[in-house]
Design a protein around this ligand. Structure first.
Ligand code: PLP
Ligand code: LYS
Length: 461
């Protein structure tokens, strides 16, 4: 008998599970905002995506696998582009990048933010025009900077005085005038996990506004006149739900913009407000609609510019999670089901913290559903765990699953498009899962599954 049969469920939830879980009666239901747009539960109870049943995907491509709903992704690209009107949308490749993704971005007219030479290589391979690429990073190497300058990357976002010196030397050597932006730490405390907030003062990114480093960096760049300063940049953090932090950031950037105009008699033509637009991982989350956020941001920038007698700079943003996060889910197979009496049921899947580190790293919340069938059984409170040698190897902390969940069931975890494949590891020598794109009744692999042979090839004895 399972530890949490329906009768005992409500009593147990008080101590073992958060009250925000979807109601146990809904054990087969899909909350639309958590799933890619084409995902449905078919007549036989199995999920379909892009018109393909997950059982078929599992048979053809194996599990675990990240399943990418191409139609959903394209729609989110368009939503951001339309919402921000004339502003440039730089998709943040760190959330998830692959050649096929870059090709779609090119088709949808988005630009691309990369933060290493590796991401830059994928961007170029996918055909992103270099002038539509921005290069970030708090410790870019000479090789990475050289690669960016040689390819004519549209903007390098400088992050330290060391980097300014380094880039100036490269520019002189290559006889080029790279376009740059200055990353400013605006001192906004974004209400998100500490590890993904990036604009409070005590952290590694950017030049401090309040401490004067940002103004000093601008003064140095303009005085040396080797690099072409295009504008200021701020990124306040990730998984942010409303416009207030962005508004404060925009206001603070514009005070620096006004100072530059006063001291240097120059109006910088561009301004970037970064990414960080949040998504729903569970029914608990209520992210703002990108259209509303965009409207607010554009309004505030115009208003502030008018007040400071500045012309409105050409704006850009860098959303990653909000575009790719909800467009994917992870498909696992259940291997074991273990009742820990009186506590909860542990459902072990064939992946874990190597394909989704976010639960362990940020205490992130996810949801899950049995994907290969519907069940008429009552719900139990379950914890979905991985196969790694680590008790913190948790994929979904609390979820209602049907009491008959069993080995061989397919289990789907939505919202895994951002920072899951891109942060995947080979912990315990587990090969990283493939990414399978599905659209119009067809599935295709866009990132292949790693094999143990791939790993053995790295181990040169
Ligand atoms: C500079 C910069 N831009 C954009 C992003 C993308 O953030 P998100 O995926 O939350 O939109 C990040 C990551 O947080 C970042 O560091
Ligand atoms: N990796 C983080 C976001 C950090 C983005 C980089 N600035 C996450 O999974 O939420």
């Amino acid at each position: 008998m399972r530890a949490h049969e329906a009768g005992a469920l409500h009593a147990d939830l008080g101590s073992n599970g958060p009250s925000w879980l979807r109601t146990p009666e809904d054990v087969n239901a899909l909350v639309p905002m958590l799933w890619p747009k084409t995902v449905k539960r078919g007549q036989n109870g199995a999920l379909t995506v892009g018109g393909v049943e997950v059982t078929q995907i599992a048979e053809n491509h194996g599990t675990p696998a990240y399943i990418f709903d191409e139609e959903d992704f394209r729609e989110r690209c368009r939503t951001f582009k339309e919402a921000f009107g004339g502003a440039e949308v730089y998709y943040a490749g760190k959330a998830f990048i692959a050649t096929a993704i870059v090709k779609i971005l090119v088709e949808e007219g988005l630009s691309l933010d990369v933060c290493t030479g590796g991401e830059l290589a994928v961007a170029l391979r996918g055909g992103m025009p270099p002038e539509r690429i921005g290069l970030h990073g708090n410790n870019k190497s000479v090789e990475e900077l050289t690669m960016a300058v040689e390819h004519g990357v549209g903007r390098i976002i400088v992050d330290s005085f060391d980097e300014i010196d380094r880039l100036q030397q490269i520019a002189i050597k290559l006889d080029k005038r790279p376009k740059i932006m200055v990353r400013v730490t605006v001192g906004v405390e974004a209400h998100t996990h500490e590890f993904i907030a990036t604009a409070h003062e005590d952290q590694k990114f950017g030049f401090s506004l309040s401490g004067g480093a940002a103004a000093e960096a601008v003064d140095k760049i303009l005085a040396d006149d080797i690099l072409e300063l295009r504008g200021l940049h701020s990124h306040i953090g990730s998984q942010i739900f409303d416009a207030s932090g962005f508004e404060v950031a925009a206001r603070r950037l514009l005070t620096l913009q006004a100072r530059i105009s006063e001291v240097h008699n120059r109006e910088l033509p561009e301004m970037d407000l970064g990414g960080g637009f949040g998504i729903a991982y569970t029914t608990q989350d209520e992210p703002a609609d990108p259209r509303d956020l965009a409207g607010e941001l554009l309004r505030i920038v115009k208003q502030e510019c008018a007040a400071l007698h500045l012309s409105v700079p050409h704006l850009s943003v860098e959303p990653g999670r909000a575009i790719v996060g909800p467009a994917m889910f992870t498909l696992y197979e259940v291997g074991t089901v273990k009742d820990v009496d009186g506590i909860r049921t542990y459902v072990s899947v064939d992946g874990g913290m190597s394909d989704n580190i976010r639960t362990a790293l940020y205490d992130a919340a996810y949801s899950a559903t049995v994907a290969g069938r519907a069940s008429g059984e009552p719900p139990i409170l379950a914890r979905v765990v991985g196969k790694h040698c680590e008790s913190g190897d948790i994929v979904v902390k609390d979820e209602f699953l049907p009491a008959d969940v069993t080995a061989g069931d397919l289990l789907a975890v939505p919202g895994t498009g951002a920072y899951c494949r891109s942060m995947a590891s080979n912990y315990n020598h587990v090969p990283r899962p493939p990414v399978v794109a599905v659209v119009d009744g067809e599935s295709r692999v866009i990132v292949r599954r790693e094999t143990v042979d791939d790993l053995l090839r790295l181990d040169v004895g």
